[in-house]
Design a protein around this ligand. Structure first.
Ligand code: GDP
Length: 459
């Protein structure tokens, strides 16, 4: 593969900036831009050690003084020879160094190309490559932790187990059929049944984590509902920590939905402040009301707000009844710093969901916000009971796991219905193909490889 180079750090002035180079032949190329102070050639320097020296530009003049590290393949990130330069974090210096490397024959790396090479060189599978992106983009500590565990193979390992048991069946079947003279033992239906049911259970366990994984990665869609002036915008602002929505005391000012991401009790909430849900003649506001209803229907969590300093109205009652149609909601009494007006005793019919928690908050003094945070983190625990990293966070992965599981299930059913082994093997191959999409391996090659390595066919 050709030599690629790129600036690995952000394009703003900072203390340190990193330029990365990867590809066969990159050490001698880097000799021309980096001169260790000790006088020894960089390409002969000790691997994986920081070397101090002069960074040179195209005309061989001193551009910067910094550090460089040599990583000989295959035991490095990309799995091939690579170099990292640690310069002063000046965008101009970094650009100049990159231009010099390009002038000497390197090519500008495309986005994600280092990780792509790591995958192509067998350093990681696709789930791990995707975890790198998730780790970089993580918005909460819990999401970063899950991504790091996946990078460490938390998803790869259970998938490999499923893959190897399915491969075992498929390859044994083909070995018997294709090489009848080799005296390979026939596979027993009971063995196939057991392997399929274990695989199905493992895949179903993974699929069951997808909902939680999605919330962890993209955040919990949270609708704040309440009658006009209940204190919704103020609550959003108090949670977000700064003025985001327009707060006024004229009812109906929040005409559109306003979105804000906040970290609440360690959980990423995508807060949607909705226009007050009520009947209105104002066309613009009407649009907002319609959107609010939609936001409410799509929400993972609802914060139903009523003003605890004002008499409880029929409108408040209808807001709570709207909330009680949702799966998870928190009853939020606002303006806790003001004298309290009486609240009727609230009860829930059987077809309604009672609130997961009831809190009294003040957006002015901050009272009760901690209780609200606790209620949210209890509803959306960020950890995974099965161990960090085993949450499926990606729609692509979820789809491939589901197709794998469905194919395994079809195989089980075919077996129970007494179909011949070749029908079952077709399903197993479908499962391996879907699994191959997930991990980036091709099922066909794996089967062939297994036949030759395990059964010594043809020696
Ligand atoms: P929304 O229409 O539901 O979004 O309500 P707003 O957040 O715009 O608040 C309506 C009015 O109530 C504003 O005048 C706010 O200043 C006031 N308000 C909101 N929250 C509190 C609170 O916690 N304490 C007090 N004292 N006033 C509040």
């Amino acid at each position: 593969m050709d030599i690629i180079a790129a600036i690995a750090t952000g394009q703003v002035a900072s203390a340190i900036g990193i330029v990365r180079v990867s590809g066969e032949g990159c050490f001698s190329l880097c000799d021309r831009v980096f001169r260790p102070l000790g006088g020894k050639r960089f390409s002969r320097s000790e691997p994986r050690k920081m070397i101090y020296g002069d960074v040179l530009d195209r005309s061989g003049e001193l551009l910067d003084r910094g550090l460089a590290v040599r990583f000989p393949g295959p035991h490095c990130y990309t799995g091939e020879d690579s170099v990292e330069f640690y310069c002063h974090g000046s965008p101009v210096v970094l650009r100049e160094l990159l231009d010099t490397l390009l002038a000497l024959g390197a090519r500008q790396a495309r986005p994600g190309e280092y990780t792509r090479r790591a995958f192509l060189n067998g350093q990681m599978d696709l789930t791990q490559a995707e975890a790198v992106i998730d780790l970089i983009d993580a918005e909460t500590a819990a999401a970063a932790k899950n991504a790091m565990a996946q990078l460490d193979g938390a998803l790869r390992r259970p998938l490999e187990q499923v893959q190897s048991s399915l491969l075992e069946i498929a390859s044994r079947f083909y070995a018997v059929v294709d090489y009848p003279d080799e005296d390979i033992e026939d596979i027993q239906p009971e063995q196939v049944r057991q392997a399929l049911s274990a695989a199905e259970a493992a895949l179903s366990r993974l699929l069951a984590t997808a909902q939680r994984g999605k919330l962890l990665k993209t955040g919990v869609r949270t609708a704040i509902i309440g009658r006009p002036n209940a204190g919704k915008s103020s609550l959003l602002n108090a949670l977000a920590g700064y003025e985001r929505a327009i707060v006024t005391d004229i009812p109906g000012t929040t005409r559109d939905t306003v979105e804000e991401s906040v970290l609440c009790g360690g959980v990423l909430l995508r807060l949607i402040d909705t226009a007050g849900i009520r009947e209105t003649e104002d066309a613009v506001e009407k649009l907002g009301v319609e959107r609010s209803r939609r936001a409410l229907e799509e929400a993972d969590l609802v914060l139903a707000v009523f003003d605890s300093s004002q008499p409880f109205t029929a409108e408040d009652a209808s807001v709570l009844s709207l909330a009680s149609r949702q799966k998870r909601w928190i009853l939020t009494a606002s303006k806790a710093d003001l004298p309290t007006a009486p609240v009727p005793f609230l009860t829930w019919r059987e077809d309604q969901t009672p609130p997961a928690a009831a809190v009294r908050v003040s957006s002015v003094t901050g009272e009760g916000l901690k209780e609200l945070e606790d209620a949210v983190s209890a509803l959306f625990p960020s950890g995974d009971p099965h161990g960090a990293g085993s949450l499926l966070t990606d729609a692509r992965q979820e789809d491939a796991v589901r197709r794998t599981r469905d194919a395994v299930r079809r195989g089980s059913e075919a077996l129970s219905a007494g179909l011949t082994p070749d029908a079952v093997v077709t399903d197993i191959e479908d499962a391996l193909n879907a699994l191959g999409e997930l991990t980036g391996r091709t099922a066909r090659e794996d089967i062939v490889e297994q036949i030759f390595s395990r059964f010594c066919v043809g020696k």
